[in-house]
Design a protein. Structure first.
Length: 462
């Protein structure tokens, strides 16, 4: 037991956020932890033998005496119910003659023959107030920059003025105090979300207490950043859902209106139409019906895949054969569409139905947004050892570089698309289907001078 006590006392020499003290029933200090110097400026030896009441501000004596009376009437030793321990905030005299607010907890162990006195725990009230402010900022939804600023201020206060930096990757970089050139940076990574740096004075080693403080600050920052990222993801999902609903409404309204109009023209009472015109209208109705059916099928497939209610059949898909089949089924008489059939045996690991819908949407996008007579080329190639790509190139007007990263989002259309039918849903479906299959999409400038839309997928290996 003596060894345990010696080790405990040695640990307390490092300093803690709290001070532990033992007094007699008459409040004479018998022992107090060395960390009292960090809070009050007194050394432990300065205070042993003094009456603790003498160190409390006279306006706070009433509260302290009420705590002691309550503890004498109903002893509550540690371990029984710590939440019921009496706590009060009092002003404590410092070695310089000033006053410092401390949170004081008291436990009556006067009747315990092993202790025979009161045990007090004192904590820095300002640090607790700053900690509460961090929690309040998190609950009230303040910005990450504001929360990081509060955490940096809290750490600087708790470390006695060490300059502190809090970096939230992609969201903010907060400094509290200027670091000297010879200071020692102590760092802690908050997963891959953030980093906290405290610049420690060079003349001493960082204490275990500093690392404990930084760990606690990192925990607060982790919760705040994760919550904010979750909120942003939720907002993106809601925005995307709203965009999808608007886009689907737009895409369905046009063919349904066209079908309705052309059906009325085909009314048998209308003798002004020639048989050829009737056949043309019937063909257009069939095309719009197919377009509507494909859109609904794509949306249903996307919803089922994203919610895990549909099976994904990844298998060997020969790309050139699939591309040629899509081109053969598309009406493209107003454009020059070609397929580069090399290498003919190139295969991807993909779902053949979804990949066909991807290529069909990419080709439909190129046909829709390029002038009549434009050249559209579809080709495949290997990307390194593990990936393959399908490219759809055109010689149209292309897209500005700033739009390349946004064009696959729901309901985003390029400037060149204004005044043309469609909503931008096709490319959103392309991205969704590609990602479900473990692939990705991209938009770049085409060698033909227009736009290149590519889907990149894992290469099939037998």
């Amino acid at each position: 037991m003596d060894d345990v006590v010696a080790r405990l006392l040695a640990g307390l020499e490092k300093g803690l956020a709290y001070v532990t003290a033992l007094t007699t029933p008459e409040m004479v200090i018998e022992w107090i932890s060395p960390s009292v110097r960090d809070l009050t400026g007194w050394s432990a030896s300065d205070l042993v033998g003094r009456n603790a009441i003498e160190l409390v501000h006279h306006d706070d004596l009433g509260g302290v005496l009420r705590i002691l009376e309550a503890e004498r009437d109903e002893p509550r030793p540690y371990g029984e119910d710590p939440a019921r321990a009496a706590v009060n905030r009092v002003r404590f005299r410092t070695a310089e003659g000033g006053w410092r607010s401390l949170d004081v907890g008291a436990n009556n162990l006067c009747h315990d023959p092993r202790v025979r006195g009161f045990v007090f725990v004192l904590g820095d009230a300002q640090a607790q107030g700053m900690m509460d402010a961090v929690y309040d900022a998190m609950v009230s939804g303040e910005s990450i920059e504001s929360i990081a600023t509060r955490i940096a201020a809290l750490l600087r206060w708790q470390t006695g003025g060490c300059p502190t930096r809090v970096v939230v990757h992609g969201l903010g970089d907060v400094h509290d105090g200027e670091a000297s050139p010879d200071s020692v940076p102590v760092r802690i990574e908050v997963e891959d979300l953030a980093e906290i740096v405290v610049h420690h004075p060079p003349q001493s080693e960082p204490s275990e207490w500093l690392h404990l403080l930084m760990d606690r600050a990192a925990g607060l920052l982790r919760v705040a950043v994760a919550r904010r990222l979750g909120e942003q993801a939720m907002r993106r999902r809601l925005d995307e859902k709203t965009a999808i609903i608007s886009a689907v409404s737009h895409d369905l309204r046009s063919p349904i209106a066209a079908i309705s109009l052309m059906s009325s023209l085909l009314d048998g009472s209308n003798d002004a139409l020639t048989p050829e015109q009737r056949r043309d209208l019937a063909q257009r109705i069939a095309n719009d019906a197919r377009r509507t059916s494909r859109l609904l099928t794509d949306l249903t497939s996307m919803d089922r895949l994203l919610h895990g209610s549909a099976d994904l059949h990844l298998q060997c898909v020969h790309l050139v054969a699939l591309v040629e089949r899509v081109v053969d089924e598309v009406e493209a008489s107003d454009h020059c569409v070609s397929v580069d059939g090399r290498p003919a045996d190139l295969a991807a690991q993909a779902d053949p139905v979804l990949l066909e819908r991807v290529v069909d949407n990419l080709l439909a996008n190129a046909l829709k947004h390029t002038p009549r007579g434009s050249h559209i080329s579809l080709g495949v190639e290997t990307l390194g050892d593990d990936e393959v790509a399908i490219h759809v190139d055109d010689d149209g007007d292309g897209l500005p570089p700033e739009v390349h990263s946004q064009v696959f989002d729901a309901y985003v259309r390029g400037q060149q698309s204004q005044g043309r039918p469609g909503s931008g849903m096709g490319l959103f479906l392309v991205r969704t289907f590609a990602e479900v299959m473990g692939g990705r999409v991209r938009c770049t400038e085409s060698p033909l001078g227009g736009a290149r839309f590519s889907v990149v997928l894992p290469r099939w290996r037998a």
